[in-house]
Design a binder for this molecule. Sequence first.
Ligand code: MF3
Ligand code: CO
Ligand code: CO
Length: 253
Amino acid sequence: MAIVPLNKDEIRKMERACRLAAETLNYVEKYIRAGLSTDEIDKLVHDFTLSRGAVPAPLGYNGFPKSVCTSINEVICHGLPGGEILRDGDIINVDVTPKLDGFYGDSSRTFLIGNVSDKARDLVEVAKLAMEKGIEAITPGGRTGDIGFETNKIVTRRGYTAVKEIGGHGVGRIFHEEPFVPSWGKKGKGDRLVPFHCITVEPMVNEGTDEIIEHDIPGSAIKWYTTADKKLSAQFEHTVLVTDTGYEVLTLA
Ligand code: MF3
Ligand code: CO
Ligand code: CO
């Protein structure tokens, strides 16, 4: 299906949904510490989202039973809140997607719990850098491979691996739409970026192997993923508006 660009009014709605995603992460961040459970994070996100007149899009999405994804340590993405308690030294990605006035704002950050190892801290720093380098590669008329190329370049230079099978996506009136935004690839290859359409840039960066293991969620079509070697994985995600002159990061508070 062809991508339909957003009009001015729709862009304003995307800006609001995306700002709320950033505010939700800022809100959660205040509570993140050793001893907090992933179910508590789920409740924080659920209640905050509703209090702002939005709905948490993950809840019921393809049967996903919670309002947020919480991915700890070797969990790559789509971690299902299930009562795990955060411990000193953990890293946790919290991925939120409020749906506000019909539009989706998708963003995630990886948080450090207490005293984390130098390796974990470096991995998380590289994941954030990878997202930023990927975003900076966005140009009007550019392609998804431009983003993936820059993402993968920084990841491999720093001695890590980028997850290949999962990545970013178009987002707007629909949670997940075209194009697929890879965290690897070649400049000038892949789908063309469309001005006034939104995409996410959300590289998943692994400490060791890029091989992933897929896990089922009972009653859901959504899968969650872990690293095959059980080493750490980190991720950051922004929703970005492609413009006719460049881009605008929308998931900022
Ligand atoms: N927010 C995730 C993404 O970045 C998608 C989560 S889908 C869910 O694309 F069902 F697992 F919540
Ligand atoms: Co996303
Ligand atoms: Co997300």
